[in-house]
Design a protein around this ligand. Structure first.
Ligand SMILES: Cc1cc2nc3c(=O)[nH]c(=O)nc-3n(C[C@H](O)[C@H](O)[C@H](O)COP(=O)(O)OP(=O)(O)OC[C@H]3O[C@@H](n4cnc5c(N)ncnc54)[C@H](O)[C@@H]3O)c2cc1C
Length: 509
């Protein structure tokens, strides 16, 4: 029997395998059905550029190379980074490629029996599921009426080559929808984007010369979420003042966010592609489609728009959580039933889901690393999970908090979490929150980076379980801090409003 099996060698599987190796498990196997690493990025659209910057997306203990802090990786560049990471931490020796897991069942003693196509079964004590949450496209019911137009899900979109001169509808307003809308608008005769509510909170990848996600720093994000409405107004005011047609379109989209916590009550769409498509290429925003006629050629939306002679539809409508090889009761697991979006209370430390917490802002990669660190400490018995009742109670409270914070988005994206709150809460369990106070007194230069640099994974390597203090300090010194911009100023206004000393707000519940 193996100690641990990790299913999937996307970024979540790589970092899980690496953390288990670092905890001393030599008996680890990572099963990957394809022939390479990269996960969704190996097959996504041609011009994909990450929406989180390299410095935010990096794993905590493996630097991205000097001069790359404000870079946004292409898919080949991010796969190269993970390849270098896997080589550096000797992960490849543990991956079995071409291993398609077809079923997983639990034995009476709690261990797992894993069936792989054309291979002998494998038994393991602990199982990590790192198969991603972008496998099973979610499509609206009205696709059954689309008998005369071409339609695809974003999962299968590669480029707009076959849409030149056509009339194209894009359904959905997240990051893929935005990037695809810009590509399509540049070549199509007409492009519309249909939104149910909003596009989430739109923010550019780059502001000035800096990666905009540096603004996901403690200086602003440690404030109470009730400040989100005021923060949103200050950001909108600053964007309006720029008098730029693309930023005006961005403001139009952000003014659709009606949630009580504004920017902090919804998900982030960290690309300015859709505003650019609207301002420069005539892309039109319409409401939800409620009438489908002529096999999909003619459509009407809830805002009264009538679309005639539509040629093609691209659905950017997200994904269902569905893991087909699991026992039936676990296939469609609701992330909000998992303790810290990782452990099912009734199954304890036997099985962990890595990758089922999608951050509203920030990046999913540091989250997956934090989850992998937690699992590895639990599997190695350095940390004990709370008893099932306590886990259930905490899980319900977390779900309640997220439902309250994110309102509609909490149900439309059941894995949605607040990056800042989530990272701090798991870090507290692991015991690796950064000693902010200490650095304020002893190393103010590092303190400044911790407060006004991006809150990425390296901050959580400074102390506690899994600490790599020297490596972390060397990396943090290279991490940029934000310019004195509108978000920093809004954070300072918020601090005055709440009159709370910095360190006390470092780890809000
Ligand atoms: C288009 C797109 C862009 C994104 N951009 C960003 C971004 O810029 N920043 C960010 O933070 N997040 C981003 N995300 C979100 C998230 O970070 C990615 O989805 C990330 O790839 C998730 O990693 P993962 O390892 O959990 O899953 P995946 O990348 O999906 O990897 C899962 C792996 O499991 C394997 N697998 C599945 N089933 C089996 C099986 N039965 N047997 C064996 N192996 C199996 C798959 O082949 C795959 O290699 C993006 C997501 C998408 C879809």
């Amino acid at each position: 029997m193996l100690d641990c099996v990790v299913i999937g060698a996307g970024p979540g599987g790589l970092v899980s395998t690496k953390e288990l190796l670092e905890r001393g498990f030599s008996d680890v196997l990572c099963l990957e059905k394809s022939s390479s690493i990269g996960g969704v990025f190996a097959n996504s659209y041609d011009e994909l550029e990450l929406t989180s910057s390299a410095v935010f997306s990096m794993f905590s203990d493996f630097w991205i190379g000097d001069g790359n802090a404000h870079k946004f990786w292409s898919k080949s560049e991010v796969i190269q980074y993970w390849t270098d990471y896997a080589k550096h931490f000797d992960i490849f020796q543990k991956i079995r490629f071409g291993a398609n897991v077809t079923s997983v069942n639990q034995n009476e003693d709690g261990s797992w029996k894993i069936q792989i196509a054309d291979e002998a079964d494998i038994i393991c004590k602990h199982l990590v599921l790192a198969v991603g949450n972008n496998n099973e496209p979610r499509l609206p019911e009205w696709t059954t009426k689309l008998t005369s137009v071409e339609y695809i899900h974003a999962k299968n979109y590669k480029n707009p080559d076959n849409l030149i001169g056509k009339r194209v509808l894009i359904v959905g307003g997240g990051e893929s929808a935005s990037d695809i809308a810009l590509e399509v608008s540049k070549v199509a005769k007409q492009c519309w984007v249909s939104l149910r509510r909003s596009t989430g909170w739109v923010t550019p990848r780059i502001r000035g010369k800096q990666a905009a996600d540096i603004a996901t720093h403690r200086g602003a994000w440690m404030l109470p979420r009730s400040y989100g409405a005021k923060l949103s107004k200050l950001i909108i005011k600053s964007d309006k003042a720029a008098n730029d047609p693309t930023l005006d379109a961005l403001v139009d989209l952000n003014e659709r966010v009606t949630e009580k916590h504004g920017i902090w009550g919804t998900y982030g769409t960290k690309t300015i592609a859709l505003p650019e498509a609207m301002a420069k290429y005539g892309c039109k925003i319409i409401g939800e489609i409620d009438v489908v006629e002529n096999g999909g050629h003619d459509l009407k939306s809830s805002c009264g728009a009538e679309l005639a002679d539509v040629d093609a539809i691209i659905f950017c409508t997200g994904y269902k959580t569905y893991i087909p090889f699991l026992p039936k009761h676990l296939r469609e697991i609701d992330a909000r039933r998992l303790y810290k979006h990782i452990f099912l209370p009734s199954l304890g430390d036997r099985i962990a889901w890595v990758g089922l917490a999608r951050p509203a802002f920030g990046s999913q990669f540091p989250i997956m690393e934090m989850q992998a660190r937690y699992c590895s400490h639990v599997f190695s018995n350095e940390l004990k999970l709370p008893d099932p009742e306590s886990m259930d109670k905490t899980t319900k409270q977390d779900a309640h908090n997220y439902n309250d914070q994110f309102e509609h988005s909490a149900t439309s994206i059941p894995s949605l979490v607040d990056y800042f709150i989530y990272m701090n809460s798991v870090a507290r369990i692991i015991g690796c929150t950064p000693p902010i106070y200490r650095y304020l007194l002893t190393r103010p230069g590092i303190w400044l980076k911790l407060i006004y640099g991006p809150m990425q994974g390296t901050q959580f390597r400074l102390r506690g379980r899994g600490a790599k203090t020297d490596t972390a300090l060397a990396i943090i010194k290279k991490i940029p801090v934000s310019t004195f911009n509108h978000v920093v100023k809004a954070g300072l206004i918020g601090r005055l409003k709440f009159a709370l000393p910095l360190p006390r707000r470092a780890n809000p519940k």
